[in-house]
Structures are given as structure tokens and as C-alpha cells.
Write a protein that binds this ligand. Structure first.
Ligand code: CA
Length: 231
């Protein structure tokens, strides 16, 4: 199996060096970019398996980079882990809403970061293990190609939205709590109020994108969501 490649986007040389050293030691290949423009270029050219994105960058900030990547057809599927400072609490949420997969707060230990990277990559791979196409009413989900159509028209979802839809569909008919969804999709085992809101925000955009298919996602007030089976 070929090495998984990680793009490090960070302007602080010492942090880049530390990350490169630890990632290589763990068997990953690395690229690095010092600013947003470089990051976007490298992501397009090298198509890394994952991007570590620092939010504090000179010029274009990390959130802008995240937004551009998630709007790019080719780069949108590359998972992003944000590197944030404690003072950037609200940026974290914006980043997750923009489609970033996870975040790690500085200062972090290499061990913690690598655990997060593994978790994100594992979730992406699990997606590949579902080869079938599932049809519920107007919605068709192709798990191998990671595509969704509603009334035969393709719907563009971010990786998080797709994960959310997949998790709900797999549990069809069963109510899933927001905490459960946070844990399964974002890997947060201790949910805060802000994090719980992330689920609602993603459900909202997912519904909007699914249009007529949105009727299958049912809100269970003050608890979570359920995917309604077609009757
Ligand atoms: Ca920085």
C-alpha cells in the first residue's frame, strides 16, 4: 500500500519541522505550504490524502483557504484538520461549518494529532467499504462513488454532509442523538453546546441541498434526528 500523503499548511517553520518529523516517523508522506495560495496550488497538484491547515497564516487566512478548497470540485473531498489557537474558538465553528473535518488546538502533542489524523482517514476509508447504491424514495446514495442524487439530479455534498446522511440512512428509522452524531462523525466524545450546534448547522445545509429529499430527515426535538423510512 502506498504511503498516505499529508499536506501541512503552516507558516511557522519550527512547527512544520516538528510535524514533518513526527508524520514521517509514523509512515506518512508530507508536503508543506507556507501560505494559502501555495496550499491551494499544492492541494490541486499533489492531491494529498489529508490537509493540516493552520488558521493563522500570513495573507489569506486558514478559513479562507478552507472555503476555497471545499468549493473546488477536485479538492473538496480531501479531509481537513484545522490547527487552531485557544483564542480562536469561534473560528473553529466557522471552519467546521465550511466543511473542515476536525480541529486540534495548539499547543498539541504529536501523539494527539496523529490519533486525530488516523481517525479522520479511517472514517474516509470506511466510506469505501460500502459498495452498494441505496435508494430511498427520491434519494439515491452511491457509497462507492460518494455521490448522491435526488430525482436523478446530482447533489454536491461536503464530506461531513455525506457522512451525516450515510450515518442517518444506515440507522434508518432509529433516532440518533446529536451527541451520537457528533461522536460518530466528528469524533467528539464530550459535546459542548457549540459543538452540538454544528450538527444542526450541517443538517440544515443537508436538507437545503436534498430539496424534496429533505422530508426524510425528521427532527426529534431537543434530542436528535431520524431518517424516515419510505412507506
Ligand atoms: Ca501560523
Amino acid at each position: 500500500m502506498s504511503k498516505e500523503k499529508i499536506l501541512i499548511v503552516e507558516d511557522e517553520k519550527d512547527i512544520v519541522k516538528m510535524l514533518e518529523y513526527n508524520l514521517k516517523k509514523d509512515g506518512y508522506g508530507t508536503f508543506s505550504a507556507r501560505n494559502g495560495e501555495d496550499a491551494i496550488k499544492t492541494a490541486g497538484k499533489e492531491h494529498p490524502d489529508l490537509i493540516l491547515l493552520d488558521l493563522m497564516l500570513p495573507g489569506m487566512n486558514g478559513l479562507e483557504v478552507c472555503k476555497i478548497l471545499k468549493q473546488d470540485r477536485k479538492a473538496a473531498s480531501i479531509p481537513i484538520i484545522m490547527l487552531t489557537a485557544k483564542s480562536q474558538e469561534s473560528d473553529k465553528i466557522v471552519g467546521l461549518e465550511l466543511g473542515a473535518d476536525d480541529y486540534v488546538t495548539k499547543p498539541f502533542s504529536p501523539k494527539e494529532l496523529i490519533a486525530r489524523i488516523r481517525a479522520v482517514l479511517r472514517r474516509i476509508k470506511e466510506k469505501d467499504k460500502l459498495p452498494e447504491i441505496l435508494k430511498i424514495g427520491d434519494i439515491a446514495v452511491d457509497f462507492s462513488r460518494i455521490t448522491v442524487t435526488v430525482k436523478d439530479r446530482p447533489v454536491e455534498l461536503t464530506s461531513k454532509e455525506f457522512e451525516l446522511l450515510k450515518t442517518l440512512i444506515k440507522a434508518k428509522g432509529r433516532v440518533l442523538s446529536r451527541d451520537h452524531l457528533l461522536d460518530t462523525i466528528w469524533g467528539f466524545d464530550q459535546a459542548s453546546e457549540i459543538q452540538t450546534r454544528t450538527v444542526d448547522v450541517h443538517i440544515r445545509t443537508l436538507r437545503k441541498k436534498l430539496k424534496s429529499g429533505s422530508k426524510y430527515i425528521v427532527t426529534v426535538k431537543n434530542y436528535g434526528y431520524r431518517f424516515e423510512d419510505e412507506d
